[in-house]
Design a binder for this molecule. Structure first.
Ligand SMILES: [Zn+2]
Length: 590
């Protein structure tokens, strides 16, 4: 980091610490007794008990549920009561597929998403302003470029990006993070030249003369581009990740499934350990890593001292294809040939995306995981990728059966009803990414034609068939907003406000984000519903979220409890101040 940038960062942190310290002195840190009775609200148990009046928790576990009289009879006379004030208590919400480190890092980027800006001109201005600002990173990163959501967003040329930021490396990252645009300084800093070979799953775009255009496509190529960014200190990363953990908790989540540790860091696993294994983390952490990180992650997570929060290493994540919105979904039939696919995405007519994994190598990887009792989460959007995942799972299960182990399929844009039936028979859980409907539903016709647009992301069909079905936000690909993720499958409204495909009920949406997510994470004996003996992981809404979702209104999260302890998500709790000071010091001394 240059001296002016370091100074700016230090000033920023010290300023926050000073203004935060004043608040902290007056508020202190909350701590709670070990026994509580919740009453005077709706308590949705997401279990056979349905909706009840009262809940008694003791030593971090649920001790009784039922009518207030019954529950009070089970609790000690002096038990502290929590008045829900007419709000609703649900099982702690579970986000089964997210990337907290990337979410934390991109929280510092310039927001240029299609939900914030509607024209190319406004977006280019925001990028220029972002590049001109000093900040903790010597690179300028803009995040959320979205040519599929917006109409007139043709790709920025290298000359345009060089004019916006002549010296400072500049990267414009697309919303789904499967594509980026870099200026010359960024390409140079990452060591990418016209002679750099394309990776197996993507490319560095070249013009007709063979010169780089600055466009970088798919995850391996984007990762090489980002490898040029100087790394933040461990302490700064810890500070940012801790902030992301608070954000999940503020949205109502009590557990996240980390679907691999994407995000630029020297040692992402150590950063994750320091936040997930702190004394009182804001959420439980269930980890999946890239196959090459598993050997280190498994013993680290298993060997760490356990406190109240849950931490598990569950298995590995593999990518079988890319994003539907850059032409990356490995579909059975070609993409549609339209102005969007041809001119905006640059796909040839008859385009079929390659698979991102080689069949034999994948089969042996999945067999190894199966023998080790590790789950495999497969990124699979198109029918060909989904078929490959199911083939690999079937072979691995045949070679070493394990009734307690079930694998997971992720995102599932174009899964067919027959593939859902097959997944269910293989005990595979199905995780959907509803933001695709809200953000890109209006473009699906132009990408895939009407037949595939109507059967896109068939959440209701998966539920109807009885598959373990879940929903996720895949942050930072969407903003951390649990309520939105639950509401989308109920209304399935696209950006132009027209409904697309079959809806589920509000009650089902809550099940998808609680009990089913717990089943997907193989933790339904511990979390996911309010039943006696389970962990007291709880989310408190100001009003009933199920009724609100169905009415198309809002419900706000008022608080969460993790193992019976209230989670402190105030920006400047005492813990956050300590981390901020360490971050400032670490940034200066690294
Ligand atoms: Zn993901």
């Amino acid at each position: 980091m240059t001296h002016p940038a370091r100074f700016a960062f230090l000033t920023f942190v010290v300023g926050l610490v000073l203004c935060g310290a004043g608040i902290a002195v007056f508020t202190g840190s909350p701590s709670a007794p070990d026994a509580l009775v919740f009453h005077n609200g709706t308590i949705r148990t997401v279990s056979g008990a349905g909706t009840v009046e009262a809940l008694y928790i003791q030593d971090g576990r649920i001790a009784a549920i039922g009518d207030l009289d019954e529950v009070l009879a089970a609790a000690p006379r002096s038990v502290r009561r929590i008045n829900l004030e007419g709000g609703t208590l649900t099982p702690g919400l579970i986000e089964p597929h997210t990337h907290p480190l990337a979410a934390a890092l991109l929280a510092t980027a310039t927001d240029i998403s299609g939900r914030t800006y509607q024209t190319r001109e406004a977006i280019m201005t925001a990028i220029a302003e972002g590049a001109a600002q000093g900040g903790p990173s010597p690179w300028a990163i803009s995040f959320g470029w979205d040519p599929v959501m917006l109409d007139d967003l043709h790709p920025p040329s290298l000359a345009e990006l060089d004019a916006l930021s002549p010296d400072k490396p500049l990267v414009v990252l697309t919303q789904m993070m499967h594509e980026a645009f870099a200026n010359s300084a960024a390409l140079e800093a990452s060591g990418i030249t016209a002679a750099t070979p394309d990776p197996h799953d993507g490319f560095f775009e070249r013009d007709e003369t063979g010169a780089l255009t600055g466009r970088v496509v798919e995850v391996t190529a984007v990762r090489l581009l980002m490898s040029g960014i100087p790394q933040a200190s461990e302490a700064a990363l810890t500070f940012l990740l801790d902030g992301a953990y608070d954000e999940y908790a503020a949205a109502g989540y009590t557990t996240i499934g980390v679907a691999s540790l994407v995000g630029r860091a020297r040692d992402p696993l150590t950063t994750l350990m320091s936040v997930s294994h702190a004394d009182r983390p804001a959420i439980n952490t269930i980890l999946y890593t890239a196959p090459d990180q598993a050997g280190r992650a498994a013993p680290l997570f298993a060997g760490a001292a356990q406190t109240d929060a849950l931490r598990r290493f569950n298995g590995i994540k593999v990518w079988l294809d890319g994003s539907p919105f850059v032409g990356g979904a490995a579909t059975a039939e070609p993409y549609a040939d339209t102005p969007l696919t041809r001119d905006v995405l640059g796909l040839e007519p008859g385009w079929l995306a390659p698979l991102a994994a080689e069949r034999e190598a994948l089969f042996s990887l999945v067999e190894r995981a199966q023998r080790a009792g590790q789950q495999v989460a497969f990124h699979a959007q198109g029918e060909r990728a989904i078929a490959l995942a199911l083939d690999a799972i079937e072979a691995a299960r045949g070679a070493s059966p394990d009734p307690d182990l079930h694998h997971r399929l992720e995102h599932l844009a174009l899964i067919t009803p027959e593939q859902i039936t097959r997944a269910r028979s293989l005990n595979v859980s199905l995780g959907f990414f509803p933001d695709h409907i809200g953000n890109y539903g209006h473009r699906l016709d132009a990408l895939f034609g009407p037949e595939r647009a109507t059967r896109y992301m068939p959440i209701a069909e998966a539920v109807r068939q009885g598959a373990v079905t879940t929903i996720h936000g895949d942050h930072p690909a969407s903003t951390i907003d649990a309520f939105r993720v639950m509401a989308l499958p109920v209304h399935r409204l696209t950006l132009d406000e027209s409904p697309l495909g079959q809806p589920v009920s509000g009650e089902t949406a809550l099940i998808l984000m609680t009990l089913n997510a717990a089943r997907q994470l193989q933790l339904d004996d511990e979390i996911g519903s309010l039943e006696v003996g389970k962990r007291a992981d709880l989310t408190w809404f100001d009003t009933d979220p199920v009724t609100a979702i169905e009415a198309g209104t809002d419900a706000a999260v008022r608080g969460t409890w993790l193992a019976g302890q209230p989670v402190d998500t105030r920006d400047w709790s005492r813990d956050r101040i300590g981390l901020a000071i360490k971050a400032a010091w670490g940034q200066l001394t690294r």
